[in-house]
Design a protein. Structure first.
Lengths: 459, 332
């Protein structure tokens, strides 16, 4: 095996390692969003339940906590895969810069502990904590979600805007300042963008499940609340996200011109840049897209005279790959964002006028698609930031090709991972459907006490 | 003590917490696996319920110590982390596969009924063997000097007598600790019959673990002379403490002590991990990379120490609260 493995060319290894990382991270990021934002939804429902003595709301909180338990467990192990992959796939990156950014992950460890312990306390607490004490036992989970997101995203921001270290004449890393590394210029926009994104994915995602149920005729109070609570959160956050995203895009134009030029398909540096919607990026400009003259320059600097750096200023071997994919991913993210903004506005207007959701099935249809849309935007955004940073693993400091392992057989591992994760995903959905069919006390829950106070695990 | 030494101590402390608490969780899975051979369906169900109940609230928190150890290793000692990962990628990838299967099998096993639920619980049980074995093999491989500073080593170097033996030792020790914990939990829950069941198995596992460890010492002398010499020199007091505590636990098990078994068994594991660390010191990777030479930047070391203190402050009280709840007390 080892001779066969080592005979494979390293360039192939780079692509395999990137695909493996992208696939496992692309899977885990959905679970991360759930870990970050589902506890808040659960507590909002519980708050309502306790405040207004509302059993439907309490039932939702309980139901969501069971879903959280299963998905947290799957998220804990798929997250562990990523921790290992940092070393298994990118050992030279870790060797060189592990101590520069590692503190971020160490801090994340504390939040990870908090989350793991308090989700168990919260789930046990349904039987053993009374009223508001139970509500408060969930608050540390929400805080841990925010803190965990910050620490992990700060490390990613550092890869985009590395600082907090120096390279000496021999190329050795010196003068490491872990806190400066974490609080880099990109953290300021990457962290809120990811945090709000997580709340939007969970808000629209949950709402879409209940909208689907309502379309199938389930109109009782529990379903309506299950749609309204998360949709309200997501609708309020969407305009804020568009604002943060706008700041982020300008930040990228400023800090990472090659990434910006890559996803905006800008060839020639200059003022009066066209903003392209859709289309294919070619050497001679964008084909088949809708161009709005001057808008790109205006978005970057509030004037069509703003000079925007194009790929002509980026050396050939430092340009991001797959321009068209980057461009379309960016378009998809922004497009979905505006679609969700419109949906939120529709909901808001109806609520303002009649204290109810719009009385048409078209609204429910739109909401039931919004969850898929939000996930699409999430994955697209992640593609933009990760593929857009290539060929660098640490922007303009270390190439991804310098970081990759010499270990062989990565394509086989990739195949195995796809099979394993497809199984995990499928069984997760079956488990969630099982939870949805049960009510109240029924059945056991990971992290929780045995059902009914008796013996557990009976078939 | 230099800050590199302090971070090395933190690394060993984190590994010990993982070995004891997550080790018990893995071992519980092994007992669930072996329980499938019990003819008595009621007993089988009670064992499964006991395992699920004992792991339920704490399994993820116990698992997080592994993440903590990984992060401390790459932040504190990046020059050791990289060659370990690049050399031992086969056992480590298999260990992490075991982690994925076990965690998800455990979670799905709680929710699902019927065949899929049964298979999930079986996956949980079988994968409880995988992770400790391959983590043990990786540790054994490091001890025998397979991982060299700056190198990417031989991908199959870990297939040797010492790594395989340490892998087996990890599995057996996990089962032993688990049996002691489950015995205690069963007694607390008032199921004396189950307590007796685990008492017998704890004795059996204890004897097997002792035997494997004794053979391990001989193989250690052949394959990892540096660590062996350290173990019978600077590490000797700890080795003696470990053996003594192990024998005392065994005596307590045979005489049916009602209290004190859990701390004794934990003590035996803590002493042997500490003994190993002392024996390997000053090397992270015998004999190519020392703690001092492998250490990361000072700022990172200092930050790691603070984060560890913060982790203890956060985790200690929260886990105590969780144990109180899980043991059925109402909280105000």
């Amino acid at each position: 095996v080892s001779t066969l493995a080592s005979s494979l060319p390293l360039a192939d290894n780079l692509l395999a390692a990137r695909e493996l990382m992208a696939f496992t991270l692309g899977f885990h990021i959905i679970l991360s969003c759930i870990g970050i934002a589902l506890p808040a939804m659960m507590l909002i429902a519980e708050h309502r339940g306790l405040r207004h003595d509302d059993d439907a709301a309490l039932g939702l909180a309980r139901q969501w906590s069971k879903a959280a338990a299963v998905l947290f467990a799957v998220g804990a192990v798929t997250g562990t895969v990523l921790s290992f992959e940092m070393g298994l796939l990118w050992p030279h990156f870790m060797e060189r810069y592990g101590d520069v950014f590692g503190t971020g992950f160490a801090i994340e460890g504390i939040f990870f502990f908090t989350e793991a312990i308090f989700i168990a306390i919260y789930i046990y607490g349904w039987k053993r904590l009374k009223g508001w004490a139970h509500f408060w036992s969930g608050i540390p989970i929400v805080i841990a979600g925010v803190g965990g997101a910050f620490s992990v995203v700060a490390v990613n921001s550092w890869m985009n805007q590395p600082q907090g270290f120096e390279l000496d004449a021999a190329g050795q890393v010196t003068n490491v300042e872990p806190l400066r590394a974490l609080f880099n210029p990109a953290t300021v926009y990457e962290f809120p963008h990811m945090l709000i994104g997580a709340y939007m994915v969970v808000g629209f995602g949950l709402a879409s499940i209940y909208a689907f149920g309502m379309l199938k005729g389930r109109r009782e109070r529990r379903h309506r609340l299950g749609l309204i609570i998360p949709l309200t959160v997501a609708a309020i956050l969407t305009p804020l996200q568009i604002f943060v995203g706008d700041v982020a895009a300008r930040g990228v134009a400023d800090h990472q011109p090659s990434k910006f030029a890559g996803f905006e398909c800008i060839r020639d540096t200059g003022p009066d840049q066209t903003e392209w919607l859709g289309g294919i990026c070619t050497e001679s400009g964008v084909k088949y897209g809708i161009g709005i003259p001057g808008l790109d320059s205006w978005l970057v600097g509030y004037s069509t005279d703003t000079v925007v750096t194009g790929l002509d200023r980026v050396p050939d071997d430092q340009r991001p790959p797959s321009n068209t994919m980057l461009h379309l991913a960016f378009n998809a993210m922004v497009g979905v964002g505006f679609g969700l903004l419109a949906l939120g506005a529709w909901f808001g207007a109806s609520w303002y006028r009649r204290r109810d959701i719009p009385p048409t099935r078209w609204f429910l249809r739109a909401v039931s698609l919004s969850g898929i849309g939000a996930v699409l935007a999430l994955e697209s955004g992640w593609i933009v930031t990760e593929v857009g940073r290539q060929p660098w693993i640490v922007y303009e400091v270390m190439r991804t090709s310098e970081a990759v392992t010499s270990a062989g057989g990565l394509w086989f591992v990739f195949g195995g991972a796809v099979l394993l994760y497809a199984t995990l995903g499928t069984i997760s959905v079956i488990a969630l459907r099982t939870i949805a069919r049960r009510s109240g006390d029924e059945g056991s829950v990971p992290y929780g006490p045995p059902p009914g106070g008796g013996t557990a695990g009976s078939e | 003590m230099s800050s590199a030494d302090a971070v090395a101590v933190i690394l060993v402390a984190g590994a010990t917490l993982y070995a004891v608490f997550a080790g018990a969780d893995f071992g519980a899975g092994v007992w669930q696996l072996l329980a499938r051979r019990e003819g008595d369906a009621d007993l089988r169900e009670r064992i499964e319920a006991r395992v699920a109940g004992s792991l339920g609230p704490v399994w993820e928190a116990n698992h997080v110590w592994l993440i903590f150890v990984l992060v401390v290793l790459w932040t504190g000692f990046p020059d050791a982390f990289a060659p370990i990962m690049e050399t031992l990628y086969v056992p480590l990838a298999l260990a992490v596969t075991g982690i994925v299967l076990r965690g998800s099998g455990f979670a799905f096993g709680h929710i699902l009924e019927g065949r899929l639920g049964g298979s999930s619980r079986n996956v949980f049980a079988v994968s409880s063997l995988i992770t400790p074995f391959f983590l043990g093999a990786a540790v054994g491989s490091i001890a025998s000097g397979d991982v060299e500073a700056g190198g990417s080593g031989d991908a199959l170097g870990w297939i040797g007598p010492l790594p395989v033996l340490i892998g087996v030792l990890f599995v057996v020790s996990c089962s032993y600790i688990a049996a002691v914990f489950l015995l205690d939990d069963s007694r607390r829950a008032g199921d004396d019959q189950l307590a007796l069941y685990f008492q017998r198995r704890a004795i059996g596992a204890g004897v097997v673990a002792g035997g494997v460890a004794a053979v391990g010492l001989v193989v250690l002398r052949i394959d990892a002379r540096y660590v062996f010499d350290g173990l019978v020199d600077e590490g000797l007091p700890l080795l003696i403490v470990s053996v003594a505590l192990g024998l005392l636990t065994l005596a307590g098990l045979l005489r049916g002590w009602k209290r004190g078994l859990r701390p004794l068994a934990i003590g035996a594991v803590v002493a042997v991990v500490a003994g190993w660390a002392v024996a390997q010191y000053p090397y992270l990777l015998p004999q190519t990379l020392t703690v001092e030479a492998g250490a990361g930047a000072d700022g990172a070391l200092t930050a790691t120490i603070w984060v560890f203190v913060a982790a203890l402050v956060v985790v200690g009280p929260s886990i105590a609260l969780l144990y109180r709840l899980a043991q059925g007390q109402e909280l105000e």
